[in-house]
Design a protein around this ligand. Sequence first.
Ligand code: MN
Length: 297
Amino acid sequence: MELHGTALLQRGQLMTARTVATIEEKTQRWLPNDDASEKRALHLQGIGTAGKSNRNITFITIMDALFQTNLGTSSLYVNRASLPHEWLLIENKENVDIAKLYARAQAAAANELLVFLHPDVILPDSWYSEFMLKLEKIETVDPDWGVLGTAGVPLSWTGGKPWHLKIASSIWDTAMNYTTGIDNMPVQSLDEHLLVLRRSGSTRFDADLPGFDLYGTDIALSARNASMQAYLLNVPLRHKTVDLAGQPYDLAIWKGKVYDPNNLVRSQNTIRYVQQKWCGSGLLPSYGTCFDVLPCG
Ligand SMILES: [Mn+2]
């Protein structure tokens, strides 16, 4: 049985989730106390709409050293004791495939709304309010959305279109400040730095997807294959902007990692898996923010 017993958790304390059988023993589960009204009033300051806006989130991240100078500095995490959200912080010293860990987390989460995000993301103070507004905007036209993410490749983009329009986003990263994001934009793939799913009813991660890449492409293909839509969540954040020492992230180091021979072998293996999986779906090619998956043959 999963632990949803908030009474067992004390304010200000992180708890190792030994009682959560479905997820790694190394996962730290944080659930706040459940006296929600005051928190929600505080939380919703600056939001002009009521109703659906006060939704509790389960945030899921794979911990690494960058967490301390990035995601761990975000006010949503720092102030977690006074906010109604759950945090699942997963250690992955054995380098388990990311989609496998995410699939387990999707099943173990306490809340219906799930945000999977990299530890090298920083969420601005306004992030929750903007997320709720843009989510409502999406749900006004499509309450049964499949997956959302804060950067992606427009559904209409093909190899012949201008390169600078390939990635739709309003985020900052090491390279640039993107200004190509459009609210409610349908996308063919999503970058992995931040993905939004529902615990039930929406698309699920593929526990057999190997490696550390392309799970944002695969989940968008899964959504589209189930006749649901993948959308851009047009909300700003910072990704890979601060290094381990708290200094500006060096673009050369990032490129060095992407083009590291071991990482290239790993990502090529994942590309082959995704290509084979979706070969007969009619959904390829799927152009991605980092990697493209071309049709078979
Ligand atoms: Mn990242």
